[in-house]
Design a protein. Structure first.
Length: 630
């Protein structure tokens, strides 16, 4: 009997030491004593309720920030057991609240996985609270007990009765201001995490209320992480319905939702037992590896790749993925213990992802192709950016300036004051050089038809002399490397002949600018010079820009007029070219604008792609549209 008493006493002392340790080193249990640690107290209690939900006994969790600064977490689970604990001979609820590491289930079933950051349980919450009250509804009775920094204020008591089916736990706590620097709870911080918990535990309704401000939120997601991925993508342009799969291997449950958007950001959110694994880990590595392989396999099988396999970066551009795992014995590593270390998980996630994605791609070829195309776009942009970078590097190596020999630069250096004329052909280039105002107008003659960048590989684009001259003269670089700060002229003016060839060259240039220097267009730096079609002479010269206008002018001036048709820019003498097309006081310029980026993309790929007919039609239709900037 004495021996038994000693054993009991000894373990009791151990318990007290346990909670003392929590107060001595709170950060070891809740991460910090700052804002994050304070809110962790709420999550610790909520996680216990979520465990009840995972076990199938709870579907409602209510969190409220009370007017007196305390927080209440109420659930409709089974209620913490109240019967005497076999070892401690006190109600189980008292053990759970006052004994360190007693927070876990006594009957840890296969899926009873604690979601707490450190799995410390609610005893840590009570240890760090100046007051905590627990109400348990179980077996038709309502029980209550209160605790001060982890010590019971009185024995568990029955305070009322209720329906036998009405069960649950209600925990109210007042964080100890001797421990926490600030004990005020932040609604939006709780909101974010509780929403996340609701996404990760479908069909669990989580309510959040701030009794002071009367703010209220309810989270309930029947679609679980499918709704999560949609929610993350809600402001983005999704490319397809979410891909979803879930499978289990060796007790590890893998659940994943994937959705690509038209954007460029990669967003993979990993959760292990509902903990956001901010630092990544083996599950993320397994997922990424399988994603890259599954997409390359599909693309290869369907002969969609021309420049070899896609890289991981390519296939993750525009990707949003939610990866949620249930791991029975998770090993958390890293600075903030949010990196999954279990080595076996990598292979499990890899295999499940590979099989599931491959299956999905086979069954949904339209979506699969859309994803492959997205990755191909990324690949194109990436290699374009690399070429441009190399180009800039090469340019710097050759400095001073390293400007193309064909460029007739202007003398002013301030880009706000200068303009660059891109002129079709060397002869027109010659006239333009004579006609220009050297101070602020630079001329870059282009050899005939420039390369169609829509059809050429980036490698070809960046080894093309005309394009390299163009990029070097403009100065900004291209693609990811584009920098408006380096722009050497505030107006880039495309000046081509007023005929079909001229229109074609103009479209080729526009395609180049759209695909490689889009910000230049968005910033309003790109213009098209409008050159006249005719010169009508009667007393003085009239320049006419269209056939319609010519008719009107002839009607107005009578029938003995001299009409001269300009076949090309080269036919005009320098004075005429200056008067009609280059003098800022009298010239007409069309500013190039992109009204709808998606549509523009489609237009350029359609027009500059392989089909010739729609291109011709477009050029004929649009050649003389657009607003006029004088
Ligand atoms: C220990 C054992 C069981 C449930 C719980 C604890 C429990 C803890 C919390 C904390 C907040 N809400 C909670 N709900 C339940 C299992 C109960 C059983 O076997 O009946």
């Amino acid at each position: 009997m004495t021996e038994k008493k000693q054993t009991y006493g000894a373990s009791k002392i151990k318990v007290l030491e346990g909670l003392e340790a929590v107060r001595l080193r709170p950060a070891m249990f809740i991460g910090s004593t700052g804002k994050s640690g304070l809110h962790h107290l709420v999550y610790e209690v909520v996680d216990n309720a979520v465990d009840e939900a995972l076990a199938g006994y709870c579907n409602l969790i209510e969190v409220s920030i009370n007017k007196d600064g305390s927080v209440t977490v109420k659930d409709n689970g089974r209620g913490i057991p109240v019967d005497p604990h076999p070892v401690y001979k006190i109600p189980a609820v008292e053990v759970v609240v006052t004994k360190l590491h007693a927070g876990g289930k006594f009957d840890k079933g296969s899926y009873a996985i604690s979601g707490g950051l450190h799995g410390v349980g609610i005893s840590v919450v009570s240890a760090l609270s100046k007051l905590m009250k627990v109400i348990v509804k179980r077996d038709g009775k309502i029980y209550q007990q209160e605790y001060k920094i982890g010590k019971p204020l009185y024995k568990l008591k029955v305070v009322g009765s209720t329906d036998k089916k009405d069960t649950g736990t209600e925990v109210t706590f007042y964080p100890d201001d001797n421990i926490f620097s600030n004990v005020k709870f932040d609604f939006s911080l709780l909101e974010t995490r509780l929403r996340e918990i609701a996404f990760l535990n479908k069909n669990v309704k989580i309510k959040l209320a701030d009794e002071e401000s009367n703010k209220r939120e309810v989270f309930l997601y029947e679609g679980g992480i499918i709704e999560f991925v949609k929610w993350v993508n809600k402001t983005k342009d999704a490319l397809h319905k979410p891909i979803y799969y879930t499978k289990q291997e060796n007790g590890v449950i893998v659940e994943c939702a994937v959705q690509y958007s038209a954007g460029y950001q990669e967003n993979i959110l990993g959760f292990v037992n509902t903990i956001n694994t901010v630092e990544g880990g083996t599950h993320i590595i397994g997922f990424k590896t399988a994603l890259t392989r599954a997409i390359n396999d599909y693309a290869n099988k369907n002969k969609l790749l021309k420049n070899g396999n896609l890289t991981g970066d390519d296939v993750r551009e525009g990707l949003t993925a939610i990866l949620s795992l249930k791991v029975p014995e998770p090993q958390f590593e890293g600075q903030t213990k949010t990196k999954l270390g279990n080595s076996e998980v990598k292979g499990i996630v890899d295999r499940i992802t590979m099989i599931s994605l491959s299956e999905f791609f086979e069954e949904n070829p339209t979506i699969a192709r859309r994803i492959v195309n997205k990755a191909l776009e990324a690949e194109k942009a990436r290699s374009a950016a690399k070429k441009a970078k190399d180009l800039v590097r090469r340019k710097n190596a050759f400095s001073i300036g390293g400007l193309p020999g064909k460029l007739a630069d202007c003398s002013r250096k301030k880009s706000e004051e200068t303009e660059l004329y891109l002129v079709e052909g060397d002869s027109a280039g010659g006239s333009a050089k004579q006609a220009r105002n050297k101070e602020f107008q630079a001329i870059l003659p282009l050899k005939g038809k420039i390369l169609n960048v829509e059809k050429a590989s980036p490698a070809k684009v960046f080894s093309n002399e005309e394009i390299v001259n163009l990029i070097t003269a403009i100065g900004t670089g291209v693609g990811d490397q584009f920098s408006l700060d380096k722009l050497r002229y505030s107006k880039i003016i495309i000046m081509t002949d007023a005929d079909v060839d001229g229109a074609h060259i103009r479209t080729l240039l526009l395609t180049f600018f759209y695909r490689f220097m889009e910000p230049l267009i968005n910033n309003g730096n790109l213009y098209i010079a409008v050159s006249p079609l005719y010169k009508v002479r009667k007393r003085k010269d009239h320049y006419v820009y269209s056939d319609k206008e010519l008719k009107k002018v002839i009607e107005k001036l009578g029938s003995n007029v001299n009409v001269q048709r300009f076949k090309g820019l080269g036919e005009m003498n320098a004075d005429q070219l200056w008067d009609t097309t280059m003098n800022p006081g009298t010239r007409l310029l069309n500013k190039v604008l992109i009204e709808d980026a998606v549509k523009a993309d489609e237009t350029f790929s359609k027009l500059m792609g392989t089909d010739v007919e729609p291109r011709k039609k477009f050029i004929a239709e649009k050649a003389h549209e657009a607003e006029v900037d004088v």
